[in-house]
Design a protein around this ligand. Sequence first.
Ligand code: HEC
Length: 141
Amino acid sequence: MCLASLAFIMVACSPAQPEPSPTAMPFSPVQLPRATPKPVTPVPTVTPGGNLTVRYGQDIQPILDANCVRCHGGVAGLWLIDYEQTMMGSINGPVVVPGVPEASPLYTYVRDQLMPPDAPPLDEEAVERIRRWIEEGAHKN
Ligand code: HEC
């Protein structure tokens, strides 16, 4: 008799089972925000030699296409698919400061071998070409 009432009390007092929450968040993939359009206007830079020695179209974009666009073409928050997108930069700001390679992440990241993160660093010639293109004013040429 005593045991039976103890069992009754234990059952009556056991806490209610928690219901599975119907408001559980569905999986939402992280979306990197696109760069805020804030294009940098290239400054017409007069180089010591007077001539531009690096051309974006034939010297720079092919490097980006071969090494960077597989990520920076819609996945990472920086698009390097063409001149306009490259100059637009990322949510952190421009990656090219015309005339100032040292202030341009597009150059410093490859110089410091931070990019590409999943492959061997660019060869010295490609890094130098990017540096010189920025130094010469980062023209669309
Ligand atoms: C495997 C993918 C991948 C490849 C390939 C890659 N990147 Fe990146 N890159 C990233 C990611 C992810 C970030 C953002 C995280 C960070 O800043 O480290 C980034 C960031 C950057 C940034 C800084 C952007 C900012 O917001 O300031 C620059 C500049 C950059 N990459 C340049 C390059 C260049 C140039 C190449 C090609 C030589 C390249 N990356 C190749 C994935 C990649």
